[in-house]
Design a protein around this ligand. Structure first.
Ligand code: 5GP
Length: 185
């Protein structure tokens, strides 16, 4: 069963809603980068599904790469520490970068990566975020393209995990309290 035995309390965004929104964002990006080079950088692991679906809605030649960071101390609480655990394979000097992130919570991950990538001399950097949790923000970060805004709740699915599970759910959902509580004991 896709939701792994009834762990989901509420679906926030269905597969259809996500698909439609990504189509719109893809059209906007296609319009904005017409005639320019574009390098899409997905932030692993959470953005792997979003980045895969998004690039197929960008009707331009794109270069794709991934960077992996670890930013979470426990399963649901940010430690504030960001570490690159897999760097880019390509040089981004003089390239137009689009940094693709699953969710912006405190903003610390995106801020760290923006500063790190800026130091490599790209032509420009924009950000594309599927979910924005503005109530949890600790540092301000620019979001150029956004899927949805959500309340300060913990979500899983569509690439987002809890304890490395639920990434394969095709929708975005909240977990039942007892699921989060049980595995944190
Ligand atoms: P930030 O650095 O903005 O606090 O957090 C960004 C990262 O924290 C995201 O890439 C994601 O991995 C994780 N994160 C933040 N909020 C959530 C959430 O509600 N659910 C899940 N699964 N991960 C989250």
């Amino acid at each position: 069963m896709a939701d792994m035995g009834g762990s989901i309390s509420k679906i926030l965004f269905t597969e259809e809603q996500i698909k439609n929104r990504i189509k719109e964002i893809g059209m906007q990006i296609t319009e904005d980068y017409k005639g320019e080079n574009l390098t899409v950088i997905g932030i692993l692991k959470g953005a792997f599904i979003f980045a895969a679906d998004l690039v197929r809605q960008i009707k331009l030649p794109v270069t794709v790469d991934f960077i992996a960071v670890s930013s979470y101390g426990s399963a649901t609480q940010s430690s504030g520490e960001v570490k690159i655990i897999k760097d880019l394979d390509i040089s981004v000097k003089d390239k137009n970068l689009l940094l693709v992130e699953d969710i912006v919570d405190t903003g610390l991950t995106l801020k760290y990566l923006l500063e790190n990538l800026k130091s490599r001399g790209p032509a420009g950097i924009k950000t594309c975020v599927l979910l924005d949790k503005p109530q949890a923000r600790k540092v301000e970060v620019p979001i150029n393209y956004k899927g949805f805004t959500i309340d300060n709740v913990f979500v899983v699915g569509y690439g987002l995990d809890y304890d490395q599970k639920f990434r394969n759910l095709p929708y975005i959902a909240c977990l039942k309290k007892e699921v989060v509580g049980k595995s944190r004991e």
